[in-house]
Design a protein around this ligand. Sequence first.
Ligand code: SAH
Length: 504
Amino acid sequence: MGKKTEKEEFAYGKGDLCTVEITDIGNDGEGIGKIDGYTLFVKDAVIGDRTKVKIMKAKKNYAYAHLEEVMEPSGDRVKPLCSVSRQCGGCQTQSMSYERELKFKQGKVRNNLVRLGGFDGDFIDSIMEPIIGMEEPWRYRNKAQFPMGRDKEGRIIAGFYAGRTHSIIPVTDCLIGTAENKEILDIIISHMEKYGIEPYDEATGNGLLRHVLIRKGFVSSEIMVCLVINYRKDKIKVDVTSPVGDNTDYIVCQRELVSDLCKVEGMTSISVSINTDKTNVIMGTEIHTLWGKDTISDTLCGLKFEISPLSFYQVNPVQAEKLYGQAIEYAGLTGKETVWDLYCGIGTITLAMAKAAGHVYGVEIIPDAIRDARNNAIRNGIDNASFLCGKAEEVLPEFYENAIREGSDRDDETGISLTQAIHPDVIVVDPPRKGCDQDCIDTMLKMEPAKIVYVSCDSATLARDLRLLADGGYELAAVRPCDMFCHTVHVETVALLKRTATKY
Ligand code: SAH
């Protein structure tokens, strides 16, 4: 055994088989075992398993190994419900009991706060609350984006990418998604076959249909389908962007597709999104509604929301209500407070907080989402929320600098005091995975809110940002993970910071 190079000798080499006991879990849910101090990372192995593995890639101190056989299963091992759970990149922890998965996520957040945030382990243990798990952790996603392609036999398929690749694992009835996904995809695939509509080919840039976005309002039961197409007017003779009913020469097949799709129970909106770029970004920014409404509606925290294809909306609404509830509790609103909600999307947290606050400012980068947010405020009779469109790291410093320069102390738009606006009681942030920009953090510190509530979908960037806020005069008062993405390694967290010192 072993592989020799001129420089170093590794304990194991590619292709070696070994037996290893899995004693830990990595951040990506992989099993970790050790043989004489040499570390093996084994995807799909569960902590407590005794396994036979094959070394795939060996380094000096560690190797990646393939799980060949579970010789003695861990007490935490369960049979995955999905038949493609190992190949598909969507789920990573289906072989683990749900209880164990929750424990793994609690540990992941804790470890990131300690290792990457530099917080003391005992301190984190004293302020961290137990993860909010889901009672029924299946069929929880209200949104799915299926890439389209062909399998080796040339059949048109829809599914999800295999982990870290762009090869599509065919799966139309994903068990964390809605039951309607399969019905909708079956209609689209048979339609493509009938009319010779090509799925998009990433390698050549040819083909029409790239992705199918399906969204369902769990309370409203309304369904939206958005077909992401590689549509170039010069290449395709027909106008696939014309709404049904237009008198242009739009294609029979489109009329037929729309008429088949709108028979699906709950169908409310059918649209196309044009994306002709060679990019990993799924949605194009140009959207044309072919049939029905431009949006679907849903109810969250007792508020009604309209959601456009391009707007962000939490994918697990059952858990989102619990998450928002926790964020509102941490904010400790009494009806008078001025609040900023940065990265507000369609205004879900903003409007939920507005019910209990004096005035709330929402900031969001996507114009469609801001338009939805403003309409959502009107629809819900909320007049103490205002929305600003732009990057949080630009909008917030500009607002702050302008207010400092401004002679008058009244925000003309909202009628509230500018001093109050730039020294709010609470700032809520809910950034994408990359976390907050430094300019955003710096301005938040200058604004000196009494509390900051940080909602995060990536505990590594959360740890980094909490460290910056802690060094800027805030005390980390509470942290609570919430399981929004059951059977995956992703975990949402909400943290509360309280101001301890005046730095500026
Ligand atoms: N709080 C909302 C949305 C959270 S998702 C909810 O719970 O529904 C993060 C949001 O941040 C997305 O809507 C995204 O469009 C937006 N976003 C991304 N980068 C941004 C930036 N630099 N400034 C402001 N918003 C941004």
